[in-house]
Design a protein around this ligand. Structure first.
Ligand code: HEM
Length: 472
């Protein structure tokens, strides 16, 4: 809380500006407005605290500019889903990540611009997407199983980077039919770090210099996908199930560059968020051994008579419940920003164009008025109608956002998460050094678990040995 002098100065200079917002609760602004609350604290924790202290809407001041933190499902729906939503653009994330991504993804498109066309081009928006996803379960299982083999050789694993690479490799098999080289992964990480430097910069973006060789690395990263697309066009393998081959078969007129940009863009949209969700899931499973044992037993039965299939995944209700519960309790993307492109009516006030609206799912995902025992990892809450009560993208559960601009890769992410949980649990126990809460960092807009270390221990059951040979 700013001191009396700081509050007095704010009142003196901006008192008149505050009047139209007098109906809204919020912390007392000082010289910096209320921005000081965010200094040195995780923004999602600040948003959740505001939810507890001030309720569904909190008035904040970014210096002399008003903004809102929303923790109210109805107001959040208004921003994400109402017919007026065209007024609310994403915050400055597009400008921050744009140099590392491309213009050919929905990620950075403006609602008022060509977002509709870009979104319609995404692989997941195609009519064949459900069938394509079903065909990817087996290949992703094999890729993940191979990564498990490599991790089993390590005495100590730092799980955030290790599962990031496992995810990158499984995604590559899904995208282009095989794992990509270390060079492609390193190129991706350099581009992601460059974008992260812009996201986290306290300086205006023009002062944030790209790393050395940035443009060359970017050309090499996306060029790699262009090369693969050209090869695939020549090969025309009718049995290939990867998304690139499927896209080329179904929509041969797609431009090579555009498809390459979408394939490359998938890693930015999904590799960090999906892998940290797995880290969170295994952290919780260590803390709750009964849930872990149930996952291991379900996974063993799924692979007992051969590789995973999408039908088997459909029946894997516990793996699904574990994925949902991990997304509820430790959502990877916890703060989303929006900004009105023109003056907008919201929460009974007129919010000036360009104001900051912060939406966080952390408070609502654990709101005790809605969830029983909200801080406890209880996958069973998702069984027996739990998923229908709180579907993805509903008021108290929106790990992938809400409404038409929600995550374009959510179906893919769910198939990946369930495949990874079932594959890993069927092979090994993920044994962590500690079940204490881990330190949380922030990388590329995603909450990053730090210091989650341990090792993989092979499951003893002899019945699993044959499965491994068959599924690898
Ligand atoms: C557990 C994994 C994932 C989580 C938690 C997640 C979360 C989210 C969230 C919360 C948004 C909405 C952001 C906003 O409203 O400002 C979003 C958007 C998006 N996600 Fe994901 N995501 C995941 C995986 C993926 C994957 C695998 C892909 C790619 C296949 C992907 C691609 C995208 C894209 C392109 C958008 C922008 C959509 C648009 O603006 O129309 N995400 N994601």
């Amino acid at each position: 809380m700013p001191n009396a002098l700081s509050r007095g100065i704010f009142k003196l200079f901006f008192g008149a500006k505050r009047k139209p917002f007098a109906s809204l609760p919020g912390p007392q602004p000082g010289i910096l407005g209320t921005a000081g609350d965010f200094l040195g604290a995780s923004p999602w924790d600040v948003c959740a605290r505001y939810g507890r202290e001030y309720g569904g809407v909190t008035l904040i001041w970014m210096g002399p500019n008003p903004g809102l933190v929303l923790n109210d499902p109805a107001l959040i729906a208004e921003v994400y889903e109402s017919p007026r939503r065209m007024e609310f653009e994403k915050g400055n994330i597009s400008e921050q990540i744009r140099p590392s991504t491309t213009d050919d993804t929905a990620f950075t498109a403006e609602l008022r611009g060509d977002w509709v066309q870009k979104r319609a081009l995404e692989p997941s928006a195609q009519s064949w997407a459900p069938e394509a996803l079903a065909d990817l379960v087996g290949p992703m299982q094999a890729a993940i199983s191979e990564s498990v083999d490599a991790l089993l050789k390590k005495d100590r694993i730092d799980f955030a980077p290790a599962l990031r690479r496992l995810t990158f490799d499984a995604f590559s098999v899904a995208q282009v039919g095989e794992k990509l080289t270390d060079q492609v992964f390193e190129d991706f990480m350099l581009l992601a770090r460059a974008a992260d430097a812009r996201i986290q910069s306290k300086l205006p973006l023009k002062f944030v210099k790209p790393p050395k060789d940035f443009e060359a690395v970017k050309a090499r990263f996306y060029g790699h996908f262009v090369d693969r697309i050209r090869e695939a066009r020549k090969r025309q393998d009718p049995r290939a199930v990867d998304l690139m081959s499927r896209y080329l078969r179904e929509t041969p007129g797609i431009d090579d560059q555009v498809l390459a940009h979408m394939l490359g863009g998938t890693y930015f949209g999904g590799a960090f968020s999906s892998s940290v969700t797995l880290v969170g899931a295994f952290h919780q499973l260590n803390k709750y051994p009964d849930a872990d044992a149930r996952l291991a037993s379900e996974a063993a039965s799924l692979v007992a008579d051969g590789p995973l299939t999408s039908q088997k995944l459909e029946a894997a209700k516990w793996a699904e419940a574990v994925a949902y519960e991990a997304l509820r309790i430790l959502p990877a993307v916890r703060v989303m920003t929006r900004t009105p492109s023109k003056d907008a009516q919201l929460a009974g006030v007129t919010l000036p164009a360009g104001s900051m609206i912060m939406i966080s799912n952390q408070h609502l995902h654990r709101d005790p008025k809605h969830w029983e025992d909200p801080d406890t990892f209880k996958p069973e809450r998702w069984l027996d109608g739990g998923i229908a009560r709180d579907p993805l993208g509903s008021g108290y559960f929106f790990p992938f956002g809400r409404g038409p601009r929600a995550c374009v890769g959510a179906d893919f992410a769910m198939v990946f998460l369930k495949t990874a949980l079932a594959t890993i649990a069927s092979r090994v126990k993920v044994q962590l050094d500690s079940t204490e809460p881990f330190e949380e960092g922030f990388f590329f807009g995603v909450v990053l678990p730090k210091g989650v270390t341990g090792k993989l221990v092979e499951r003893a059951a002899p019945a699993l040995q044959g499965v491994r040979a068959r599924s690898a």
